[in-house]
Design a protein around this ligand. Structure first.
Ligand code: SAM
Length: 278
């Protein structure tokens, strides 16, 4: 009845010079519907992507990824950096209310590498060749650094939070913090220690820091945000007591204390597919 798995009208269109691409579109639609039925993650629809733009976002929180560290990275590290930017961007695009994401200091090899990524030119981000402190007033900036003595408590949407776009495997330990101090810029670390026991340093990857900020704007809860983003795998772990609500919140917060294993080894705090890329 169906030739090549196509219905007669599809077959007509397939063979007709007047409908180029139409059958391809329908085949794609069919494939996606099958994947959806199987429960596969097919990502957000075009309609959702259009609606979830920074422009339409209810979230006005600004976050910068400071990409001015070209001189401190090998070509391989720049590749890792661009992968982490891609992860951050993908997370933002999938969010119902994306953060206002700026990529600043975009020059040199990092820019070249990003330009070579097919769809980068169409990314819904603010791209700035200038450094973040040329784009925003100094008093609005908070540089995020695991080295800072200040602990972030809340996010303030009048402030701009800057993540260092540096992948250096800790060869330049404390560099972002030192530069922020030299420029007289406020700095703070994520409140990880208040919610999780980490066995070693609390240096996270760029995309994890970005995603934690994103989740925090959605949940207003650091613990939930950390647990949602930091990978929980086997290996070195400690037991963290987590207070959770059950029965759609009908039980009070303190009623259920669930012991959950949290991944705490810093080796494991990295993008799932990537090697050590901090
Ligand atoms: C891989 S780290 C860069 C490490 C680098 N050696 C440095 O000097 O910052 C990438 C960026 O993520 C952010 N970051 C990582 N862990 C953090 C934490 N625990 N608290 C706040 N920011 C953090 C910082 O902005 C940092 O510059």
């Amino acid at each position: 009845m169906f030739t090549d798995g196509l219905r007669p009208n599809e077959l007509f269109r397939e063979r007709s010079p007047y409908f180029p691409g139409l059958v391809e579109k329908e085949k794609r639609k069919k494939r996606l519907a099958e994947m959806r039925e199987k429960g596969d993650d097919i990502g957000p629809s075009r309609k959702t992507l259009k609606r979830n733009s920074m422009k339409h976002s209810a979230c006005q929180q600004k976050v910068v990824i400071d990409c001015s560290f070209d001189d401190y990275m090998t070509d391989k590290d720049i590749t890792f950096l661009t992968q982490q930017l891609q992860h951050s961007y993908a997370a933002n695009r999938r969010a119902e209310n994306p953060l206002q994401l700026y990529v600043c200091g975009m020059r040199g090899r990092t820019k070249q590498r990003l330009d070579s990524i097919g769809d980068y030119k169409g990314w819904d981000v603010f791209k700035e060749e200038r450094d973040y402190n040329e784009v925003f007033p100094k008093e609005d900036i908070v540089y995020l650094s695991s080295e800072s003595a200040n602990i972030l408590d809340q996010l303030d949407d009048r402030k701009v939070y800057v993540i260092g776009g540096l992948v250096d495997h800790n060869h330049h330990k404390g560099l972002c913090h030192r530069l922020a101090e030299e420029k007289g810029i406020a700095h703070a670390q994520l409140p990880i220690g208040q919610f999780l026991h980490l066995k070693s340093r609390k240096v996270l990857t760029i995309n994890h820091v970005f995603e934690i900020l994103l989740r925090f704007t959605e949940t207003k809860d650091w613990q939930t945000s950390f647990l949602a983003v930091l990978p929980q795998r086997k290996g070195v772990s400690v037991i963290e007591e987590v207070t959770e609500t059950r029965n759609n919140g009908s039980e009070p917060n303190h009623a259920v204390l669930e012991k959950r294993k949290c991944e705490t080894n810093e080796q494991n705090i990295e993008p799932k597919e990537d090697p050590d890329t901090r």
